[in-house]
Design a protein around this ligand. Sequence first.
Ligand code: MV4
Length: 519
Amino acid sequence: MNWNRSSDILTSNLFYNVYKENLNNIKPMKKILVANRGEIALRIMRTARKMGIKSVAVYSEADRNSCHVLFADEAVCLGPAPSAQSYLNADKIISFAKKLRVDGIHPGYGFLSENADFAQRVEEAGIIFIGPTAEAMRIMGSKLAAKECVKKYNIPMVPGIQEAITDIKLAKDVAKQIGYPVLIKASAGGGGKGMRIVEKEDELESQMERAISEAASSFGDGSVFIEKYISSPRHIEIQVLADKFGNTVHLFERECSIQRRYQKVIEEAPSSVLTPELRKKMGDAAVLVAKSCNYTSTGTVEFLVDDKLNFYFLEMNTRLQVEHPVTEMITGIDLVEEQIKIARGEKLSFTQDDLSINGHAIELRVYAEDSLNNFLPSIGTLNKYIKPKGENIRVDDGYEQGMAVPIYYDPLIAKLITRGNNRTDAIENMLQAIKEYKIEGVSTTLPFGTFVFEHDAFISGKFDTHFVKNYFTPEKIKEKQKEYAEIASLIALKYWMENKKILKPVENKSTSWKRRLAS
Ligand code: MV4
């Protein structure tokens, strides 16, 4: 037996868990299966290990040598690469979970994470689903059911009709009453899919018909409803945490307005538009939304905020979100640890008053996508992969140098998160971290990040969900790269003339290039 420090801590953790379990009727959680891949699988397993819990990885044939498989204590192959035959195969996952006698299953995000039937089947198999109840997932999985459910509280909602609508005459009356433009949304839709903006009455009928048939074919549910279209909103969501004893808190907001075609690229916390009063109002509203469906575990309540700072409840996401690290960086709370504790029956160990915002955090999603070429997935091998390190830098990734980015899944390589004592410092740290992040072999969204973090609209905080559409063109990145290359060659020439030495290529901030040029 190797009595080094880490095994000491592991052993004492195990004993402590057993002791606590007996004391407080807490269910044993000695081994969990993580039904996911990539960075999120790894991130969940790290917390499990910290808590003295063993982890089981599941993987597809494309992920045999990936980081989450190497990290796990045990690993089982689900099948061929396509998700339908691997990470979405609920039968196989549950049967492995039983065979390996795991105590809980964590679904991560995506894949089966918001599948209420999966959650129910896991519980029926006698395994703890590390997430909300199937019932809460069912309610919040339907936008109409969600609106109906929160009606009992005074939660502000976008003006519109809160039930499925098929009658065109009624639709016209509703639209006239709320005023054009209106938005048709699919009740079962998500991520902007199935949404249609209608500018005037004579487009309403045809758009309704299309929306209904699209919703029916994509989601198996043709219910649509109509809302007032909020033209330039900010997307602000509140993180909530609820235990099984009715204790519900919020962990403040994340601003997710920098998106591209409903795909979030940059998130930050806190938002630069919320006042302490509005933050409290939205936080309280989010807690009520959670309470309305007896929510447990982590969840996110999505709001739109308009230019007059009115806020409207949109929907609730019943999973651990991709962007949860920005909340962790400003609150110091490990959300996965809380999920696991809640799942095994512990009470929250803090109250709302114990929580506060410490500094500012920003996340850039580093996708294997070519921002110069319409963000097309860029497949290939990470020939060079060196990540930035530092006190206020966190990289959640699932790759190492030499690994290939598979074509079968979301092309997220990593999430780069930086913190600062204020927003300016967090942005500065982000720009520095992007520079230190060396990725070769695939194109990434790192240069896109630099574009955003150097943009006046972002720096001033005066932006909305149309930022990318309004300001971004690939030429902007190309111009910058050309400018850098020109400055670099000028500097090299200057040094060569002065010292008859060729300067080693250095990459540096544009401002310091200019400073050096001026000197
Ligand atoms: C809206 C809206 C404007 N008005 N609802 C898009 C994703 C989905 N969760 C809700 N979405 C929107 N709903 C009304 N009544 C504008 C959007 C929207 C949006 C929302 C959040 C982030 C980015 C967005 C980009 C375009 C549209």
